[in-house]
Design a protein around this ligand. Structure first.
Ligand code: ZN
Length: 207
């Protein structure tokens, strides 16, 4: 099994291939599928946004069995996301967790809109997502960012990734234990829709 650092290098290498348009012959064929019928050893857990433009396996150039991926609009952390991460970290001994936000995230834009002009009839289910993004965005609206729409979205995306990283690091005794004693690493990252580059943030080791 890969250490968190080794796993991070694999993701960085894969993203470099994706950006350079030099993707490997994808590990998605029948041979690979047959190898995986009885077991799996995903080397990284990715909590990403559901946005159709940010599929983790593609932007990191990985194949079947490589990544344990949780996708939800706005890459928010609710109990079922924490449970999914706990499951993979315990079951497969995966030691790297990446929270993957992205530029121009619709969930962030919707939250900003909602804060500026509250909508009466938002669905309760959609509101459950906005409610989890709001604490990251709200403080930014009382700064000079308020009048710079692009900078506001950029900062809000990062603040939201940071909040999810924090929730995963401190919202679970199991994950806290694995971080303290077993080399589990939780880092943030941001994908650029424009360049395809994933930039690692929030405590990702250099190199
Ligand atoms: Zn998004």
């Amino acid at each position: 099994m890969f250490s968190a650092r080794e796993a991070l290098e694999r993701l960085k290498d894969g993203n470099r291939r994706f950006v350079a348009d030099r993707k490997r012959a994808a590990q998605v064929g029948a041979t690979r599928r047959n190898e995986l019928t009885e077991r799996q050893e995903p080397f990284a857990i990715v909590l990403g946004c559901s946005d159709s433009r940010v599929p983790a396996e593609i932007v990191f150039d990985q194949g079947l069995g490589d990544l344990f991926v949780i996708r939800v609009a706005g890459n928010i952390v609710a109990p079922s996301q924490i449970g999914s991460v706990e499951f993979a970290a315990e079951q497969f001994h995966t030691r790297l967790v990446v929270v993957l936000g992205h530029s121009g995230c619709g969930a962030i834009l919707a939250t900003i809109d909602q804060l500026k002009r509250p909508v009466e009839k938002q669905s309760r289910n959609l509101r459950a997502i906005v409610d989890r993004v709001r604490p990251s965005v709200w403080p930014l609206l009382s700064t000079e960012l308020r009048d710079d729409a692009e900078a506001l979205v950029r900062s809000a995306v990062r603040a939201n990734v940071h909040a999810s990283v924090n929730d995963l690091r401190h919202g679970s005794e199991i994950l806290e234990g694995l971080i303290a004693n077993d080399g589990l690493l939780v880092v943030g990252a941001e994908y650029s829709l424009e360049t395809g580059v994933v930039e690692f943030l929030d405590g990702a080791p250099e190199g």
